[in-house]
Design a protein around this ligand. Sequence first.
Ligand code: AMP
Ligand code: GLY
Length: 423
Amino acid sequence: MNILVLGSGGREHTFAYKIVESPLCDTLFVAPGNAGTAAIATNVPIAVTDFSTIKDLVLKENIKMVVIGPEDPLVQGISDFFKEDSQLKDVVVIGPSKEGAQLEGSKEYAKEFLFRHDIPTAAYQSFTAETVEEGKKFLETLSSPYVLKADGLAAGKGVLILQDIEEAKSELENMLTNKKFGAASEKVVIEEFLDGIELSVFVLTDGKNYVTLPTAKDYKRIGEGDTGLNTGGMGAISPVPFADDILMTKIEEQVVKPTVDGLAKENIDYKGFIFIGLIKVGDDPKVIEYNVRMGDPETEAVLPRVKTDLVSLFQHVGDQTLDQVILEIDPRTATTVMTVSGGYPEAYQKGKEIIGIDTITESIVFHAGTKLDGDKVITNGGRVIAITSFDDNFKDALKKSYSNIEKLHFDKMYYRKDLGFDL
Ligand code: AMP
Ligand code: GLY
């Protein structure tokens, strides 16, 4: 079978890495891909939201399965585009319908879904420019810190956590009236602050059945000790050491099952990943967000632990037979450390030559923002290369990742040296 992966990050390189090892895959295409995917698949320079050119490629190359990496094409309805097209309708698309993608595309939609299905989450109310004064009054009923969330997609930047009530009120005004995050903050969800430790759970569902993939924890802040600006993610650890059987059973019963059942009950077409962001408050899980795709860099730590053939898993999703699958998971810990361009997540330079990739042997190298320049690999984004290592525990796995990163070099390379500090 010919397969297409959409996207160009470390997540997509990891998908490609797993897919090409499957005997079910004949030719793999990645659009647009990076230097890492170019080495194991055929890159095609098509934007992930250019549906009509994607259609041409799928027909020309007889592609029977499309795996969607990022959220944008999902929120824009790529799954519906395939389903409604007589030539594309039998292609297996891994990614939910436009309706399902609203779980990530709108915070208010997600909160309403959570409340309809009695899934534990923070109390909230949502406001628009017309109700900004009511929003300020609502803030007065809460205690610090205050959590403000832009309703729409804001590239991971739309959540503000503020200590001071006056600052919270003025930021609310900024978001609603001055459109701080553009159209994404025309509506704002104000949420109760949850105090606890975060973890993420990944689910693959066919719309009726599901399998739970390994847990992971990512490190979003640029600075050590979780300080500084938010990034896409500076590293990940899987499994999360504190996610014991008791907590996982609660997550399964209180969160995962009601989520999948809720989607089915509401006839929401959902064949793909659900990435559930959780906070453990006391001994109990609460949902902070849904994403309708895998995480990046969580994928780089989670998928290498999945021993079950990924393409066969995706076929079961297409056939709605995931109930027949028993997942095989590598019991070892995987850790991923992300190297980034100096300056990221603010302005940074691209085009720096990356040296030493071939010298790394004990870890897996996943490319993120890289591209080929003749026979050189150069930087092409903020997050550049992720290094994933296995060992019996996260400390030893991290040691391996860090010692291998020292073999890698590009101008102004930066990475966090303290992953796992909080575990
Ligand atoms: P989100 O985009 O919803 O995942 O929010 C980004 C980050 O803000 C999360 O990873 C949490 O660290 C934090 N966060 C979001 N909602 C809450 C909340 N209700 N209480 C505490 N922290 C939160
Ligand atoms: N690492 C967080 C995300 O992919 O959303």
